[in-house]
Design a protein around this ligand. Structure first.
Ligand code: GLU
Length: 516
């Protein structure tokens, strides 16, 4: 019975609370956030976090916030912030509150919130939880080197400045006029915490973390805690690389007298060789890459959703975000380092492409082609051709980017069609005779009713049967003549779209070229 007594009412509340999480019972509206730093092309991990942030906010009827963490002024890359907005919107993972959208906790950019941090630093200094440190970069570097040379296991700051006034410290070597402020990590710092995904987690003992830099800017560790608190964030979703920082963050919450949020540390995404996915090694780590390549945002979103999360049922890979929101539970995320396998994404993208009707697919292809520069200011006729050709390529597409190149023969002038040399060289039999027979056959067909079925029947009898050759041999020169290549979308349907006059003109040119 002693156990029950000593647990007290606080513990009872804690137990209830953890039962709530474990059973994933209805939850009060959550406030989640993603907090990328605009230091380059947005990383795919940002979208990955946003997806789970947004799913949880939607499921609980809460709000999803985008905050820009731009206090590291040296690493800012122009344009990066806009790319974060664009790519999240593109994926339909846009926030409810952001620097662009505003919201009740504006501003949402750390560089515009600089005044909010200093009072908390002063409070921590006054309470003895933080102290000034005047050690120069040179001294800290020398300390690191000395320890490395001595193979010392010590890595943390040696607390030279702790308890000193500026005056006292200035008499010692390695002094810098502009101090930083460090946390004073207590000996009994709590290293364990509860993670929504991982359950009870233990992190290593932290160092006396710098919270205010010499330039007066807060470091990530202070800013993230202050902002998450002031913005009412109650669920922090972030990568597992932040687990080791969590004890520091929990200390700051405690010292400042604030209720800490819940933490969900997502698994790191890995390359197929299991290494950590990075922009340097893998183009797919760049969120913009997927758009450039011609992936559909819904396919990428679905793919990210399945990284570390089970499918709705065996073999049911395709799932809407709405359905995912309904069934999402933190406890179902697996922590095994999901592999970022682009071949799986390719497959999913093909599935999504084929799930669109041809009109919608043509819209997406055209939008892609113009945005990527595949087409510049296409004429109405060109647009009509792409639309007409879409049923011919739909079954064969993996990426949106493949459609226009496959249909480009429909867009060129008859006189401008180039006949691929390799395709010409590989023609079998007597291409000149085949083309003569094909021209005579097609000339005999009416302009009206020049449809795929009619063309195929006519060429079968007028070319293959008449010359006693196999369709594979007989149709090859016609295909090269009409499309420019021995590999093309279905031939007779392509000829129907081009029309009789255009087919005749192309085949005559090709026959002339072969004769010449
Ligand atoms: N600015 C941090 C990053 O870009 C955010 C980490 C967090 O979500 O707390 O990784």
């Amino acid at each position: 019975m002693t156990g029950v007594h000593s647990a007290g009412p606080g513990a009872a509340r804690r137990i209830q609370y953890s039962v709530l999480i474990m059973t994933d019972a209805p939850h009060s509206p959550a406030r989640t956030r993603v907090a990328p730093s605009p230091t380059g092309d947005p990383h795919v991990g940002t979208a990955y976090m946003a997806l789970f942030d947004k799913a949880w906010a939607r499921q609980t009827g809460g709000r999803f916030v985008l905050r820009i963490e731009d206090t590291d002024r040296n690493r800012l890359v122009p344009g990066s912030e806009e790319q974060i907005y664009e790519t999240l919107d593109w994926l339909a993972l846009g926030p409810d509150e952001s620097p662009l959208l505003g919201g009740p906790y504006a501003p949402y950019k750390q560089s515009e919130r600089l005044d909010s941090y200093r009072p908390y630093v002063d409070q921590l200094l006054a309470d003895g939880h933080a102290y000034y440190c005047w050690c120069s970069q040179e001294r800290l570097a020398a300390l690191r080197k000395e320890r490395a040379d001595a193979h010392s296991p010590e890595t943390g700051y040696d607390r030279l400045c702790l308890g000193m006034t500026k005056e006292e410290r200035s008499k010692l070597p390695g002094f810098s006029e502009t101090p930083v402020v460090r946390m004073r990590i207590p000996d009994d710092v709590e290293l364990g915490f509860h993670d929504l995904i991982r359950g009870d987690v233990r992190a290593p003992r932290p160092d006396d973390q710098v919270i205010l830099k010499a330039d007066g800017f807060p470091t990530y560790h202070l800013a993230v805690v202050v902002d998450d608190h002031l913005m009412g964030i109650d669920t922090v979703v972030r990568g597992e690389e932040w687990i080791s920082s969590t004890p520091k963050h929990l200390l700051l919450y405690k010292w400042l007298g604030w209720q800490a949020p819940q933490f969900a540390h997502m698994p790191l995404l890995r390359n197929t060789d299991k290494s950590k996915i990075s922009k340097r090694k893998n183009p797919a780590a760049r969120l913009m890459w997927f758009r450039e390549q011609g992936y559909l945002p819904e396919a990428l979103r679905n793919f990210l959703q399945l990284l570390a999360y089970p499918t709705i049922a065996e073999g049911e890979e395709m799932e809407s975000f709405e359905s995912f929101i309904q069934r999402f539970r933190w406890s179902d995320i697996s922590t095994g380092g999901p592999v970022f396998d682009v071949t799986k994404l390719d497959w999913l993208n093909g599935q999504y492409i084929r799930s669109l009707d041809v009109g919608a697919l043509a819209d997406r292809v055209l939008e892609y082609a113009v945005a990527s520069g595949q087409l510049t200011d296409p004429s109405e006729a060109a647009v009509a051709r792409i639309r007409a050709g879409m049923p011919l390529v739909r079954e064969r597409l993996t990426l949106l980017s493949e459609a226009v190149p496959k249909l480009s023969f429909l867009l060129v002038e008859d006189a401008g069609l180039a006949f691929d040399e390799d395709s010409v060289a590989k023609l079998k039999g007597d291409p000149a005779a085949i083309l003569d027979a094909a021209l005579a056959t097609l000339e005999g067909l009416p302009e009206d009713g020049f449809d795929a079925e009619t063309i195929q029947q006519a060429l079968k009898s007028g070319v293959c049967e008449a010359l006693g050759i196999k369709p594979r041999v007989g149709f090859a020169p016609i295909r090269v003549g009409v499309t420019g290549n021995r590999v093309s979308p279905p031939l007779f349907e392509s000829m129907e779209i081009l029309g009789r006059a255009s087919c005749l003109a192309r085949l005559r040119r090709f026959a002339d070229q072969l004769a010449g």
